[in-house]
Design a protein around this ligand. Structure first.
Ligand SMILES: *[C@@H]1O[C@H](CO)[C@@H](O)[C@H](O)[C@H]1NC(C)=O
Length: 452
């Protein structure tokens, strides 16, 4: 009997192993949590979140911490909106280590703030959001107004085997500014501390990222200005302007940020600079990381064609707005500058993304309102509301942002709506603040159903 069982095991085990195609499939891990009601947080409290927008292969502890099960390179984004006239002061932590801070306050108004980090995690590492230890606060939320979110996604598992298409290991960095910076000559922002630098492609002495391999890359940058000062930052690809962020709040610190997905050739450089002709005053401290720049390789391409060879589908888009737009032209935001559209799933004329393959996708969106005006922007999956951004800054331009990962089946649409409230977006040829980006994280085929 015992011998028969051993023979059976010997036969069965290799079959199980062979059913995983080497070099192609990694266990997907992706989540977006949201808050659908006002939430009061006491000092140091971990945000529990009351809504799971998407949860695929993600493990959470009782307190609401994401607990890593698959070691690898992860991307995280988080956003918050205060209740009226409250301050927002949150921190993203990896175990006991600070990885990003946000602060928001607008007199007698709601304030939006957000940040991002690329992190390498080992099994058991925890990533969570908490209230700053010195401050009680109240976040705003309703069932159809989800501004406060936490999104995480596995980009590259440590044990993925490489093949001809996916021939390069993980590349990802997170730079943070731990000092104050005052820049009036349009020079580069130096995010002086690299909390992640897989592939060693980010130089914390110059603030420049140099692509070690051709492919599609994701970038996020966020900043906080000093009180009553401007933060006007621009991201450059080989010295060419791509996108910007702008923040200025009367009598307070101003948060702003942006994201973009770009196709880079080996040796291409990306950096963030202050807008020439402006006095940019950025806030930074050894235990306050508001001003950050992070990026990661999404999927290497052989020739940048995005045709998706082997098992690796390449779908990624990133678009921006180069003119003023308002809700009378809505309901959807029609972006007019394309940074990337691998797989051609984004329709520039309708502002709609239509998934050509089923899978797990990540989306990031940012907006800047016209002076003194409001922006209400909502992310939809088919006709289902996902989450929103809101921005308004009295006497200035108000920035706002949000993100989500979504599980889509082929044919599903994702778009941004501005139809429900008066919205006035600001944009120009060299002033691209409002952007929409998305990319495929993991295809889901019938032979590889997602479990858990
Ligand atoms: C940055 O400026 C703030 C406000 O002036 C100050 O409290 C903080 O200590 C400064 N940070 C550093 C690293 O000097």
């Amino acid at each position: 009997m015992a011998a028969n069982w051993i023979i059976l095991l010997l036969v069965v085990i290799p079959l199980v192993v062979q059913s995983q195609e080497p070099g192609s499939f990694q266990t997907p891990t992706a989540f977006t949590k949201g808050q659908t009601a006002n939430l009061h947080l006491t000092k140091g409290e971990i945000i529990p979140f009351n809504k799971r927008i998407t949860e695929i292969g993600a493990n959470f502890g009782v307190s609401g911490s994401f607990i890593c099960q698959t070691p690898g390179l992860y991307a995280f984004t988080f956003y918050g909106l205060t209740e009226q006239n409250w301050e927002l002061w949150l921190e993203m932590m990896k175990n006991d280590e600070l990885v990003a801070s946000i602060y928001g306050y607008t007199y007698a108004d709601y304030a939006d703030a957000g940040n991002a980090a690329i992190l390498h995690l080992n099994v058991g590492d925890k990533v969570y959001l908490k209230a700053h230890d010195d401050y009680d606060q109240t976040l705003y939320g309703q069932g159809d107004q989800i501004y406060t979110t936490f999104t995480g996604e596995l980009l590259f598992a440590d044990n993925v085997e490489l093949d001809a298409v996916n021939s390069y290991g993980a590349v990802g960095f997170s730079g943070v500014m731990t000092v104050n910076a005052s820049i009036s000559d349009g020079s580069a922002v130096i995010y002086n501390k690299a909390i992640t630098n897989m592939g060693n492609a980010y130089d914390p002495t110059t603030g420049t990222f140099t692509a070690p391999v051709e492919g599609a890359y994701l970038f996020h940058f966020h900043s906080l200005s000093h009180s009553d000062e401007e933060a006007w930052l621009e991201l450059f690809h080989n010295g060419q302007y791509v996108v910007a962020s702008y923040g200025y709040t009367v009598g307070s610190y101003a948060d702003s940020g942006n994201s973009v997905v770009l196709h880079l050739k080996k040796g291409d450089t990306i950096n963030v600079k202050a807008r020439p002709g402006t006095d940019v005053k950025l806030y930074g401290d050894s235990d306050e990381y508001y001003t950050t720049f992070c990026g990661a390789l999404l999927s290497p391409t052989v020739h940048g064609s995005g045709s998706g060879q082997g098992n690796q589908q390449e779908i990624a888009f990133s678009v921006g707005l180069t003119h003023n737009e308002d809700s009378t032209n809505g309901p959807r935001v029609v972006f007019d500058r394309v940074f990337i559209n691998l797989g051609q799933n984004f329709n520039i004329y309708t502002g709609t993304f239509t998934a050509s393959v089923g899978g797990i996708y990540a989306f990031h969106y940012h907006a800047l309102g016209q002076k003194g005006q409001e922006v209400w922007m909502e992310l939809y999956h088919n006709y289902i509301y996902v989450n929103s951004l809101y921005s308004h800054t009295s006497g200035s331009y108000g920035p706002g942002s949000n993100s989500a990962v979504l599980e889509l089946v082929a044919g599903d649409t994702v778009y941004l709506d501005i139809k429900h409230h008066d919205t006035y977006l600001y944009g120009g040829g060299d002033e691209v603040y409002s952007t929409f980006s998305g990319y495929l994280l993991s295809p889901i085929s019938s032979t590889h159903p997602v479990v858990g």
